[in-house]
Design a protein around this ligand. Structure first.
Ligand SMILES: Cc1cc2nc3c(=O)[nH]c(=O)nc-3n(C[C@H](O)[C@H](O)[C@H](O)COP(=O)(O)OP(=O)(O)OC[C@H]3O[C@@H](n4cnc5c(N)ncnc54)[C@H](O)[C@@H]3O)c2cc1C
Ligand SMILES: NC(=O)c1ccc[n+]([C@@H]2O[C@H](COP(=O)([O-])OP(=O)(O)OC[C@H]3O[C@@H](n4cnc5c(N)ncnc54)[C@H](OP(=O)(O)O)[C@@H]3O)[C@@H](O)[C@H]2O)c1
Length: 505
C-alpha cells in the first residue's frame, strides 16, 4: 500500500464500483485504490443476475456489437468482465470481503474501516482517506411479512437469491408479486409445460410493450413549446396505449384485475417480457384474493381456501434504504436518517460525512430510464469533487447542511407535482407506508446531468485546502470580471456600428 497519495476504498464491485474504478484510473490517473466486494465475483445485481429471463453499456466503453436492443445476461456479464480485465481491476479487488463499518476519524481526517472476510468470519481493520459507497439500490431483498413463511416445507426463495439447484419441473409454484422481477421470470419458468405457476398479486401494474422509437426534432420542439401538448401526449401514450396493449395481450378474464386505476408511472412501469401473453397458457393462473398466511404445504387465502404448493418464489422487491454497511460521520451519526427521510445532496454527499461519496444515493434513481446513465453522471460529479483531494490540494470535503436542506426542499417541491405520490411503491418505503419519496429524482435525467455537471464549491466546507479554495474563488471572480469586460466591449462596438448605419447619425 503506498501512502504518498490518498487511499480510496470503493465498497462494491457492481457496475457503479467498476465504473468508478475505471474513471479513477483513466481520468484522475489515480492508482491507490481498492475495491472490497462481499461476493466472490464482480457485477452486482445485474451482471450477477440470478433469475431466468432477463436482458447495459458504459459510455466510456461503447459496444457496437450488441446482438439485440435488449441483451441477454451472458452478454452483459461478458461485456463487464472484459472491461474489468482491460483496466486490470483484478489487482485492485478483494473479493469475499464485506465492509461492515466505515467511521470518520475527525482528528486524523481518515475513515477507519471494519471488514469481514465472509469465508473465515475474520475481522480486518483498514483505513482510507476517501470512501466510495457503491453498494447498489437493490441489495436487501424484501421478504413480505406474511405469517407462516418459516412453516413451509418446500423450497422457498426470493427472486434475487435464485435457487438454481431446484428443478421446477412437475411442481406447482406460487409466485408472490407482479413487479418487474416476477413478470420477467414467470414466462421463463412457465415455458416448462409441466410447471404450474400461480401468481399471487396484490396491486395491478401498468405493463407496457417493450419497444423503442426516435422523436424527430419537430416533435421535441412542439413538446417544449406548445402548451399542454406534452401532458396530452403523455396521457394518451400512458393511458390509451398502455390500456390498449394490456387488453390486446392479456386474457379477457383478467382485464378488470390487471388494469390499474392509479396514474401510469407512479410505480415503476413494467416492460412486458411476455408475461401478459403467458397468462393465456393453461399452466399459468393469477390469484387476486389476497394471502392470509403460509402453511407447510401452501398458501391460505383471505377466503380461508388453501392453494397447495410445492415451491414459493417471492418477487416482492427490495428495501432501498437498508444496507449492510454502517457509515458513521462526525459525532457518530449514521446515514440512516438521510436515506429514510431527509435525502442527501445531489444523492451523492451528506453533511457530517467528509470524503464519503455515494453512487445512487437518495433521490437519484431514475424511475423510468437506465440507472447506468445516473451512475455515470454521479461518477463524473464525484471525480470532480475528489480531484482536489487526490491532487493533494485539500484534505477533506464536506457538504454544508444549509446546501443540503436547500436542495431537498427543491427536490420535495418538485416531487409534490409528480405522479410519484399518487400510489404506494417501493420508492416510498416498503410499498405500504406512504412515506416521502427519497428514492427517485423528480425530473428528467438530463436535468440531473445538468445540475451535477460541475460542483458548486460554495456548498462545501474544505479542510486543509483553504488556499486552493480561495484561489479557485479568485480565479472564478476574475473569469466573471473578464466575461463582464468582454460583454461591455462587444456591446460598445455594436453601438458604434449601429451608429454607422446610414441615416442613424
Ligand atoms: C433484477 C434487476 C434487474 C435490473 N435491470 C436493470 C437494467 O436492465 N438496466 C438498468 O439500468 N438497471 C437495472 N436494474 C437496476 C440495477 O440495480 C442497476 O442498474 C445496477 O445494478 C446498479 O449497479 P450498482 O453497482 O450501483 O449496484 P449493484 O449491482 O447492486 O452492486 C453493488 C455491489 O456492492 C456489493 N456490496 C453491497 N454491500 C457491500 C458491502 N457491505 N461490502 C462489500 N460489498 C458490498 C454487492 O455485493 C454488489 O456486488 C436492475 C435491478 C434489478 C434488481
Ligand atoms: N430492467 C430489468 O430488466 C429489471 C428486472 C427486474 C427488476 N428490475 C428493477 O428492480 C426493481 C424491483 O423490481 P421487483 O419486481 O423486484 O420489485 P417491486 O417492483 O417492488 O415489486 C414487488 C412486487 O411484490 C408485491 N408485494 C410486495 N409485498 C407483498 C405482499 N406482502 N403481498 C403481496 N404482494 C406483495 C408488490 O405488490 P404491491 O404493488 O401491492 O406492493 C409488487 O407486485 C424494479 O423496479 C426495477 O427497477 C429491473
Amino acid at each position: 500500500m503506498h501512502r504518498d497519495t490518498p487511499r480510496v476504498v470503493i465498497v462494491g464491485a457492481g457496475i457503479a464500483g467498476i465504473t468508478m474504478a475505471v474513471n479513477l484510473r483513466n481520468k484522475l490517473r489515480h492508482d491507490n485504490f481498492v475495491i472490497y466486494e462481499k461476493a466472490g465475483s464482480i457485477g452486482g445485481t445485474v451482471v450477477g443476475l440470478m433469475f431466468p429471463g432477463t436482458g447495459t453499456c458504459l459510455s466510456t466503453e461503447p459496444n457496437p456489437y450488441w446482438e439485440n436492443y435488449y441483451i441477454t445476461q451472458p452478454e452483459i456479464r461478458a461485456y463487464w468482465e472484459k472491461i474489468y480485465r482491460k483496466h486490470d481491476l483484478a489487482s485492485h479487488t478483494v473479493f469475499n470481503t464485506r465492509v461492515t463499518l466505515v467511521e470518520w476519524d475527525e482528528e486524523n481526517g481518515v475513515h477507519n474501516l471494519t471488514l469481514e472476510d465472509v469465508m473465515s468470519g475474520q475481522t480486518i481493520q483498514t483505513q482510507a482517506e476517501t470512501v466510495i459507497q457503491a453498494v447498489g439500490f437493490f441489495t436487501t431483498p424484501m421478504y413480505p411479512d406474511i405469517p407462516g413463511k418459516e412453516k413451509f416445507t418446500g423450497p422457498l426463495w426470493h427472486s434475487s437469491q435464485w435457487r438454481h439447484d431446484v428443478d421446477l419441473k412437475g411442481m406447482t409454484v406460487g409466485v408472490v408479486g407482479n413487479g418487474c422481477s416476477a413478470t420477467q421470470f414467470i414466462p421463463a419458468i412457465a415455458a416448462e409445460p409441466t410447471t404450474r405457476v400461480i401468481n399471487f398479486c396484490r396491486t395491478p401494474q401498468w405493463i407496457g410493450m417493450r419497444s423503442n422509437y426516435h422523436y424527430p426534432e419537430w416533435a421535441k420542439w412542439a413538446f417544449a413549446h406548445v402548451p399542454f401538448l406534452l401532458h396530452a401526449y403523455r396521457s394518451f401514450m400512458m393511458i390509451t396505449v398502455l390500456t390498449w396493449y394490456m387488453r390486446r395481450t392479456a386474457p379477457a378474464k383478467y382485464h378488470d384485475n390487471l388494469i390499474p386505476t392509479y396514474p401510469p408511472g407512479c410505480k415503476r412501469l413494467v416492460l412486458d417480457s411476455n408475461y401478459l401473453a403467458a397468462l393465456h397458457q393453461p399452466n399459468v393462473d393469477l390469484n387476486w384474493t389476497g394471502i392470509q398466511e403460509i402453511v407447510e404445504d401452501g398458501i391460505v387465502l383471505k377466503t380461508g381456501n388453501k392453494v397447495p404448493l410445492d415451491a414459493i418464489i417471492f418477487g416482492t422487491g427490495f428495501y432501498l434504504a437498508k444496507r449492510d454497511v454502517v457509515f458513521r460521520g462526525i459525532g457518530g451519526h449514521t446515514l440512516k436518517h438521510y436515506f429514510e427521510s431527509e435525502g442527501g445532496y445531489y444523492g451523492t454527499v451528506f453533511p457530517g460525512f467528509p470524503n464519503l461519496f455515494t453512487i445512487v444515493g437518495p433521490n437519484s434513481a431514475s424511475a423510468h430510464a437506465s440507472l447506468i446513465f445516473i451512475i455515470e453522471t454521479q461518477v463524473n460529479y464525484i471525480m470532480k469533487l475528489m480531484k482536489p483531494i487526490i491532487n493533494g490540494k485539500a484534505k477533506s470535503l464536506e457538504v454544508t447542511q444549509k446546501a443540503t436542506t436547500y436542495y431537498n426542499t427543491w427536490i420535495q417541491r418538485r416531487m409534490a407535482s409528480t405522479i410519484f405520490l399518487s400510489c404506494f411503491s417501493y420508492y416510498r418505503g416498503d410499498n405500504r407506508t406512504g412515506a416521502k419519496n427519497v428514492a427517485t429524482f423528480p425530473g428528467m435525467i438530463s436535468l440531473y446531468w445538468w445540475i451535477t455537471r460541475k460542483p458548486r464549491w460554495d456548498d462545501f466546507k474544505v479542510v486543509g485546502g483553504e488556499q486552493w479554495f480561495y484561489q479557485r474563488r479568485k480565479v472564478a471572480l476574475m473569469n466573471y470580471a473578464l466575461v463582464g469586460l468582454m460583454v461591455s466591449v462587444v456591446g460598445y462596438n455594436f453601438s458604434m456600428l449601429w451608429k454607422l448605419v446610414p441615416g442613424r447619425w
